[in-house]
Write a protein that binds this ligand. Structure first.
Ligand SMILES: O=C(O)CCC(=O)C(=O)O
Ligand SMILES: [Fe+2]
Length: 252
């Protein structure tokens, strides 16, 4: 099956990989093609419309790729897999695809991190955020703490920037530079992709009341070998023959 390109040209070599490992996230501004932007916006709006009254435990936002064939088709998209392998190496598994749409007035989310193979950095887990409509720092904007991922702490928490600074961040330094860890608030243009190691501390600022919906989806992949609790994949979906996804869908 030939698929339309989803990414413009980009560079992700040794230098970029080093930066991802040092900072914990890597921004690819405007990477998505306008065709992908259009199709993603349609798919994400569809997912949103399916949420009211949905089946508990099988929510369209949490199992987004299972509810939408375009979102499903991106799991094994050759450009997606190339990017994932540039980050994780050859041996990869799909973990989940979750829509993260935030309409005007959405409260954002407080500081947190996610876990995977917390005691062994040889097993990586990367979140690939598609910020289809972009965001400003003060309007549904992603925030992160460069270097925080190196602690591999799956339980970072903080309701506000202040509580994070007074709590988890207090006294912590970047393990490679010794510089104090600090919060970075990002702003990105439409069609931006952000790679993030799953242990990175991150949060999202509230969406302004009169702003339109921020269309976003995250695809997560990992090196197999360790259990993952997230893995929002139903047994049916795991068995579904998706062209190009052979070998990607199993837990181990
Ligand atoms: O909505 C976002 O931009 C990020 C949400 C988040 O924390 C996540 O998907 O891990
Ligand atoms: Fe998160």
């Amino acid at each position: 099956m030939s698929q339309n390109p989803i990414f413009h040209d980009y560079t992700f070599g040794g230098q970029e990989r080093k930066e991802l490992d040092h900072v914990g996230h890597f921004v690819l501004p405007g990477l998505l093609t306008t065709d992908a932007q259009q199709q993603l916006t349609e798919s994400l709006a569809r997912i949103e419309s399916l949420i009211p009254g949905c089946q508990k435990g099988y929510e369209p936002n949490r199992f987004a790729a299972e509810y939408d064939s375009y979102l499903e088709s991106l799991i094994p998209h050759p450009q997606m897999l190339k990017l994932v392998r540039q980050v994780l190496g050859e041996e990869i598994r799909y973990d989940h695809c979750v829509s993260l749409n935030r309409s005007g007035g959405n409260g954002g989310i407080g500081w947190h991190s996610h876990g995977y193979s917390d005691d062994d950095p040889r097993f990586g887990f990367v979140r690939i955020f598609f910020y289809v409509s972009g965001f400003d720092a003060d309007d549904g904007g992603l925030k992160a703490v460069p270097g925080s991922h190196l602690y591999r702490d799956p339980k970072i928490q903080g309701a506000t920037d202040e509580t994070l600074r007074e709590g988890w961040l207090a006294g912590k330094t970047h393990p490679e530079t010794g510089e104090p860890l600090a919060i970075e608030a990002l702003s990105v243009p439409p069609r931006t992709v952000i790679l993030m190691w799953t242990h990175a501390a991150h949060a999202v600022s509230p969406r302004k009341q009169d702003s339109d919906t921020r269309w976003t989806v995250v695809y997560a992949y990992r090196n197999p070998g360790r259990p993952t609790r997230v893995r929002w994949v139903t047994p049916e979906f795991e068995r579904k023959p998706i062209p190009g996804a052979e070998g990607l869908m199993s837990h181990y």
